[in-house]
Design a protein around this ligand. Sequence first.
Ligand code: AKG
Length: 394
Amino acid sequence: MFEIESSHPDFEGYYNYNSLNGIEVLEGSKLMYDNFFENYMLPNIPCVIKGVTSKWKSSQLWVKDDAPNFQYLSEKYGNNNVTVHKCSERYYNCQKSYKTTLTDYLEYFQECTSQDSNPSKLEYLKNWHLKLKYQEDDFYEVPIFFASDWLNEYYTHCSDDDYRFVYMGPKGTWTPFHADVFMSYSWSANVCGRKRWLIFPPGEEIYLRDVFGNLPYDIENENHSQKFFEVIQEKGDAIFVPSGWHHQVWNIEDTISINHNWINGCNIKMMYDSLITNFIAVQKEIEDCREMEDFEEHCQLMLNSSFGMDFHKFYEFLKFIASSRIDMKKGTSPKTSFIGHKIGPNHILFDLKSVKTVLELFINLEEVNSLKYFIDTDVKPLELLHQITVVLDT
Ligand SMILES: O=C(O)CCC(=O)C(=O)O
């Protein structure tokens, strides 16, 4: 069994974007977890890792003559409902989408491939939760570098949702400019095809804002005087997109990829900062209703719809990870990740320390102190902090 472990149990990351000349390309078979942790994940620096899909079943079964195996995919998964995005029709900051069956989408895809596709008709299948539905289907394995994944650990245990997706689309399909949900990391690996990425270090996107502060939807024709990187991701390559790096992506060949969003002890503070930024923005937006009896509840509702989590959900997430690592440290549960990688003792400490750092900040918020959100919570925030401190001190 592979082990995720780090010789670096401390929490503070460091940022050194200015010294980056380009995105580093690493050989997956030679890269050690600790090296990825120290040099890319913790400092929030992107990279490309080659050769991660060679042993995946999808690399054989989903691909024929270097192109999607339409017949196999349709026979195996054809009845599933999927969401398809129309690449030339904008809906707010996304593309217009509709639901259809995979079989119907694959018919369209195959037609597109056999003729030269009309750019105004391009349709992209995104965010398909295939693994959630076919849990026993081992069509891919999470590369060890991306195994410390609290987000999917939590969602797969505590809900019927996850952040593990299949994307597929003909040449020319694309994803508009954005940064990822919750300030998460993402990784994306091409089962077949190639993608072009433009990615911007955090902060560079502000130069792209218009006079109203809105970010562009499509940066293809923007004047990129800011610092950014262009990456061509080949078949078999995984790209690591760090937290808060805005990006836009094009399929430059017919492409199928596996994409995950993920959070762990290296970027949980960035998630927390983003939660608070969103919370402050919500409070400001309805400032004139502050005297309203349920002002705080309204703020939480709006936070949940803008950020995707409110304080209560964020706390439940932290509590789940903390409890799991406390049990591992005490030896009352196996030291393995939800996808079966062994977690080393330093990694358990690192996870606990990073939850503690964020929990301390969270507890000090006036709104959290009022404890309104935690009335029905079994272990209250202060009690959890105490439990973590005791375990770290032993
Ligand atoms: O592959 C794509 O089209 C978009 C992927 C993406 O934005 C991501 O994984 O963060």
